[in-house]
Design a protein around this ligand. Structure first.
Ligand code: SF4
Length: 345
């Protein structure tokens, strides 16, 4: 079916080149796209020398979630976040937990999803009592036009905006979103270039640059997540390098979520991450100097809760995504008074 460009949303962050080629500047692939062709993410198309977003009006998920599910543990804890996604991704992770929507074969213009407008999304978020809109489940960079319109409208309505991202966006994209983006959780999947190349068809260096840039040059609240895949990214040496990177390049206050892997999608010849491996990673992160480390996908673990890094006081009690108590007072530990980093704690 031919796409009618008058029904499409023109893309943001691209430039025209010779022979009606366009250069997309949203993520670090920086695709140079011939007329009539798609970018690597399959959801941006060059039509007549102009880049269009094919998924702007194709929302495939829209529902309230606990903000803890993103996971963001130091960002408006205990609130709900209206979580939206469209299909597509710029990575090809073999173990993607949302592969049905991120990796589905996308026929040109045949992207599944509902034409929900930014106005309707913001109204639904407010109506359902959410404090924020989360752009999540798939990579938000590749539906930036929808994020931008929702983000601006949401901000006007008093909502905050958060990304759950693979961190492969360009600096231009971060600056573009910076006007309305308040928080981000970036996957730092490994500290090994070969891992990114082999298992994600991606590159590590650009993700490290994004983490550095967000932490040092923006006001966006940052948390980092690492999925530990047995035998792939769980050596002491690699975990130490990764934790040292967060401490030295982003800061000891950046929460690190260490997440348990379960076999899925194309990566099935493995076991789930042993709990001892997750606990070993936590000890390595603690020794590196990180203040806040959490275990994900381990229901009932003590390491779902927030403790004061200075005196050890239990601050936010969590069971799964549910918060049973928040003892933080004016962003400080009630016992020793040390400041606890975060956004509206
Ligand atoms: S978002 Fe990334 S993958 Fe998609 S067209 Fe732009 S540069 Fe290419």
């Amino acid at each position: 079916m031919a796409l009618k460009k008058e029904n499409l949303k023109q893309a943001v962050l691209w430039e025209a080149g010779e022979d009606k080629k366009v250069r997309c500047k949203l993520c670090n692939w920086r695709c140079l796209i011939d007329e009539g062709k798609l970018g690597r993410c399959n959801v941006r198309k060059n039509i007549g020398g102009v880049l269009y977003s094919l998924n702007y009006d194709k929302v495939c998920s829209a529902n309230p979630d606990p903000i803890e599910k993103k996971p963001l543990f130091h960002f408006q804890p205990g609130t709900s976040s209206f979580s939206i996604a469209t299909m597509g991704c710029n990575f090809r992770c073999e173990f993607c937990q949302n592969w049905q929507i991120s990796q589905a074969a996308i026929e040109d213009g045949q992207i599944a999803g509902e034409p929900i407008t930014p106005e309707q999304i913001v109204a639904a978020a407010v109506r359902s009592g959410c404090k924020s809109i989360a752009y999540t489940y798939t990579e938000p960079t590749i539906f930036m036009e929808l994020c931008n319109d929702c983000g601006r409208l949401g901000k006007e309505s008093g909502l905050t905006n958060v990304f759950v991202s693979n961190g492969f966006m360009t600096r231009e994209a971060i600056d573009f979103a910076g006007e309305w983006l308040n928080g981000i959780n970036i996957d730092l999947k490994s500290f090994n270039e070969d891992y990114y190349k082999r298992l994600c068809k991606a590159r590590l260096g650009a993700v490290l640059d994004t983490i550095r840039y967000v932490a040092k040059e923006t006001k966006i609240w940052l948390e980092v997540t690492t999925l530990l895949v047995p035998g792939e990214n769980d050596s002491d040496e690699e975990l130490k390098k990764l934790a040292d990177f967060i401490v030295n390049e982003a800061g000891a206050d950046v929460p690190w979520h260490i997440s348990r892997f379960h076999p899925q999608y194309k990566y099935l010849d493995s076991v789930a991450t042993p709990i001892e491996t997750l606990e070993r990673a936590e000890r390595i992160g603690r020794a590196a100097g990180l203040h806040y480390i959490y275990l994900g996908n381990v229901p009932g673990s003590k390491l779902e809760s927030t403790f004061c890094y200075n005196c050890g006081r239990l601050l936010i009690e969590r069971v799964g995504y549910h918060i049973s108590a928040n003892h933080i007072e004016n962003s400080c530990c009630p016992d020793c008074g040390v400041k606890i980093a975060g956004f509206e704690l």
